[in-house]
Design a protein around this ligand. Structure first.
Ligand code: DGP
Length: 113
C-alpha cells in the first residue's frame, strides 16, 4: 500500500520522531501550522476516524495519553494546545492514515475556519 505514514512507520521516509511505543508513533509535521505541530498515528494502517471500531478503543485511549505526555515534553501543557483529527473531504483530510494533530505554542481561534 502506498501510504506516506506507513512509510514513516517503516523508516522508508525520514521524520523527526518525538514519541514511539509498540502501537503508536508521533513525529513533527512537515508543514507546521504552529510552533509545536506534531502528528500522532497508530502504526497499523487505519484510513481515518470513519474506520475505527470498538476494537480500537484501547488504541485511541493510548493516543490521547500520548498526546498529554507529548504536550508536557513540549512545554505546552500549561499554555494550552489543541488535538484534532481531520476526517474526510470537508475536514481537509489529506493523508488517508488516521492521525491526530497536536498544535501548540500560539493562541488558536474558535470556531476553526
Ligand atoms: P491532514 O490535512 O489532517 O490530512 O494533515 C496531514 C498532515 O500531514 C499535514 O499537516 C502535513 C503532514 N505531512 C504530509 N506528508 C508528510 C510527511 O511526509 N512527513 C511529515 N512529517 N508530515 C507530513
Amino acid at each position: 500500500m502506498d501510504c506516506i505514514f506507513c512509510k514513516i512507520v517503516k523508516r522508508e521516509i525520514p521524520s523527526q520522531i518525538v514519541y514511539e511505543n509498540e502501537r503508536i508513533l508521533a513525529f513533527r509535521d512537515i508543514t507546521p501550522q504552529a510552533p509545536v505541530h506534531i502528528l500522532i498515528i497508530p502504526k497499523a494502517h487505519i484510513t481515518g476516524l470513519n474506520d475505527i471500531s470498538r476494537d480500537h478503543t484501547e488504541l485511541l485511549g493510548e493516543i490521547q495519553s500520548a498526546a498529554k505526555e507529548i504536550a508536557e515534553k513540549e512545554n505546552i501543557s500549561s499554555s494550552g494546545y489543541r488535538v484534532v483529527t481531520n476526517c474526510g473531504k470537508n475536514a481537509g483530510q489529506a493523508v488517508d492514515h488516521l492521525h491526530y494533530h497536536i498544535l501548540g505554542g500560539r493562541k488558536f481561534s474558535w470556531p476553526p475556519g
